[in-house]
Ligand binder design. Structure first.
Ligand SMILES: Nc1ncnc2c1ncn2[C@@H]1O[C@H](COP(=O)(O)OP(=O)(O)OP(=O)(O)O)[C@@H](O)[C@H]1O
Length: 277
């Protein structure tokens, strides 16, 4: 049984914009899944089906093997936490601390547990120093971190992040990558995220879905997806710089093995230039 599964999911917005067309998506336990695609591909619309914000026009959405119903929706929203693209949609309390406490309070937890969860979430996203600030007076990247903290304080088993790195500074992106990578091992969480930044994907994903115009046009591991430059370009995406560079070096006769992450590429180049055995 998969944590999340969609079967032939279709969704049409009122006004007849078909945003999802026969989506078959699976999220296994402890995985890190990237959903990539250009603007309007359908990524956010898909994510909104994962905790019942949207209801399929046709096809089905199964959470732990069960369809979403009125009876289980509260439980499902505890299980699947979504951080939306625009943090302003998610932040509404007078202070950051109260905002992050909102979800755990609604779960009916005791004050000590709420306090612990809030401060742990603020610490994990690196914003403990903002606890007493007014959320609406924060910068875009700071608000994004507040929104992420608010969802992780609920301790969901599946964390869905819609464009989490948009608006973060370089250090913020590095911290976020480390955070995403720690989720399966440290917290037993599954993470699903969308991004336009293909360079980031090999660093933080085990499996990739490529979407275009409401369809899944490719899926696979990093080395299965990023060896398809024509497919990626056809959906207005690019091949990340590292495999592109290594492919070019190989074509110019450098005996270098293919790599997708910075660490693997460094190792591969050091070997190619005789600095490693
Ligand atoms: N409220 C809405 N009403 C009608 N159409 C919508 C609505 N929201 C989104 N759409 C349309 O649905 C399609 C998919 O949009 P969606 O926001 O899911 O794409 P996305 O892949 O998340 O894009 P982006 O990368 O720009 O965030 C687009 O054609 C979009 O114009």
């Amino acid at each position: 049984m998969h944590l999340i599964e969609t079967r032939d999911l279709c969704y049409t917005y009122p006004g007849k914009v078909t945003a999802l067309n026969n989506i078959n998506f699976i999220a296994p336990r402890n995985s890190r899944i990237a959903v990539i695609g250009s603007n309007g591909a359908g990524k956010s619309t898909l994510f909104k089906h994962f905790n019942g914000i949207f209801k399929a026009t046709s096809g089905s959405v199964l959470i732990r093997g069960e369809p979403i119903t009125k009876q289980n929706i509260k439980e499902i929203r505890k299980f699947v936490g979504i951080v939306f693209q625009n943090p302003d949609d998610q932040i509404f309390s007078p202070t950051v601390e109260q905002d992050v406490a909102f979800g755990p309070t609604n779960l009916g937890l005791d004050p000590e547990t709420i306090h612990h969860r809030v401060h742990e979430a603020l610490r994990v996203v690196g914003i403990e120093h903002l606890a007493h600030r007014v959320p609406h007076h924060l910068s875009g990247g700071e608000k994004k971190r507040v929104a992420i903290a608010g969802v992780i304080a609920m301790e969901p088993e599946v964390l869905v992040l819609d464009e989490p790195n948009a608006g973060l500074d370089p250090r913020g992106v590095t911290d976020l990558n480390a955070f995403i990578n720690s989720l399966p091992k440290k917290y037993g969480m599954t993470v699903i995220f969308s991004t336009h930044d293909v360079g980031l994907v090999p660093e933080v994903a085990d499996y990739i879905y490529v979407m275009d115009k409401g369809r899944i046009v490719a899926q696979g591991t990093t080395d299965e997806i990023f060896v398809q430059p024509d497919m990626l370009r056809s959906v207005r995406l690019d091949v990340p710089i590292i495999p592109r560079l290594l492919k070019s070096l190989k074509e110019h006769g450098v005996d270098v093995s293919m790599a997708y992450t910075y660490a693997d590429a460094e190792e591969s180049l050091l070997k190619a230039f005789g600095k490693r055995s």
